[in-house]
Design a protein around this ligand. Sequence first.
Ligand code: PMP
Ligand code: GLN
Length: 385
Amino acid sequence: MLPTPVAVDSKLPWVGTTIFTVMSKLATDYGAINLSQGFPDFQAEPALFEATLRAMQEGRNQYPPMAGVSELRTAIADKVEALYGARYDVDQEITVTAGATQAIFTAIAAFVRGGDEVIVFEPVYDSYVPAIETVGGRAVYAQLEFPDYRPDWNQVRSLITPRTRMIIINSPHNPTGSLLDGEDLAVLAELTSDTDIVLLSDEVYEHIVFDGARHASLAGHRELASRSIVVSSFGKTYHITGWKIGYVLGAAELMTEFRKVHQFNVFTVNTPCQLGIAEYMQLASRHLGLAAFYQQKRDFFREQMKGSRFELLPCRGTYFQLARYAGISELSDREFARWMTCEAGVAVIPVSVFYRDGRDDRVVRFCFAKQDATLVAAGEKLRRL
Ligand code: PMP
Ligand code: GLN
C-alpha cells in the first residue's frame, strides 16, 4: 500500500462503499443466493447482441455524436411519444447517458450550486445525496412513511424555500416499490408553479408497474415536463445493467445546460451498444411486455415466501419486494442482512441504509429479477427461518 502525504479532507466524510457493492461481495464470499443488488441473473435476448455485434463489424466503433447516435435518440423519441403523448425533439431534447447514475449526477452538477437546497424523499436511492453534496448542495429530506411509502405533499410544501433549486422524485420507487399517480403529479405541479425549481425524475423502472397501473411519467404532464429532466435506463428495461446506458429527456434550454456538463463528464456513450439498442427497441413489445414479465416474477416470489415468517409489504412496481422480519429476529436490519447472507444463504439489502439517520423499521429488500429456479432455491431457505 502506498502512503500519501496528502491531508485528504473528504468532501463526503460519511460515505463508504455503496451497499450494493458491499452486499454482492458478501454474497459471493459466502456463496449466498444474491437477492441484494438489483440485476437479473438471466440473459438478454440474442437479437440485442446480434444487432450490437453487427454495428461493431460494420465499423461503427468511433466516437458517436456527443448527445448519442441519432438512431437511438429517434427510437427514444418515438417510444416516449407512443407511451406518454409528448414529442421530444431528437436533436435538442434527448441525450444518451452512461446509465442513470451518470445522468443523475450530471443533472445535479448542471443545476445545483453551492448552498442550494434539493428536496429528496426518504428512503432515498443511495446515489442522490452524495451527488448533491459533491457539488456543495444541501439535501432536504421529505418522508415516504412506512408501510405505504406515500409522499406527504403538505410536508413537501413546508420544505420548499427560496433556496430550493431541485426536487428529485423516483417512481416506480426503489427500494419501496411504491408509485406516484396522476393526483401526485397535479399537486407537484401546483407546488412548483411560479418557482425556478427543476424536477429530476428518476424513472428507470418506468416499464415495471403492476396490477394494471399506468406509469405516471413527468414526460406525459406538459407543465411538469417543461421544468423536468426525466431519466431512464436501458439496463433495467432490457436486462443489461452492466452495459450502463440510459438517457435523459428535457426542454431544450434545460438540456443545453445538462450537455455543458455531460460533454466534459463522459462526453458520450459507446457507439455499438447504442446502435444495438436502437435496433432492438423497434419492437415495442420488448419494453411493453416487461410489466407482465415482472408481475409474474413478483407473484412467483411471493408464492415462494408463503409459509415463511416474513411479512410482505405491497409491491406496485420495480423488481424489488420489501419484507418485515420482526417475527424472525430482533437484530437491526444491517445485522440481519449480514446474518441472512452469511448464515441463512440469501443476500438482501437493509432498508435503513436509505435513511440519513439510519431509521430502522426492520425491513429488508429482496430483488426478484431472477430465474424461477433461483427464487425457488431462495424460497426454500427463507421458509426455514
Ligand atoms: N436510479 C434508481 C432508482 C436505480 O434503482 C438505479 C439502479 N438500479 C439507478 C438509478 C442507476 O441506474 P444505472 O444502472 O442505469 O446507472
Ligand atoms: N440500483 C441497483 C439496486 O438498487 C444497484 C445499482 C448499483 O449497484 N449501483 O440494487
